[in-house]
Design a protein around this ligand. Sequence first.
Ligand SMILES: [Zn+2]
Length: 132
Amino acid sequence: MATLQQFPYFIEKAERIKPFWDALNQGKFVSTRCSECEEVHFPPRILCPKCFSTNVEWTELPRKGTVESFTFVEIPPEGFLESYYLAMVRMDQLEKPILARFVGENPPSIGQAVEMHFESIDGQNVPVFKPA
Ligand SMILES: [Zn+2]
């Protein structure tokens, strides 16, 4: 049976992405920015997809965005106790939208301003969106 120890590529990748997860636990949303062409990436990259430079640095990003689309997950997957909304949000400084759970008293709406917050699952913060 395969174990993670047999795939060092994944272990290396996990170590390089660790600053992202650590920042979430500090209530910060970070990703990488290319030091050569200034391109901001999400998810974080070790290689700039625009100019192929490996000279990338961690940078904190704004946590505000706008709902582009959403869906209602009526039958929750294992580990979730109840139904929830998933919102696809275009963040203020990112080219591509991010998908995360929406937490609010009312359902989300397209064009709604939201802010990224964090919820702890087993000691690791994960992003959720709340109305701004
Ligand atoms: Zn670049």
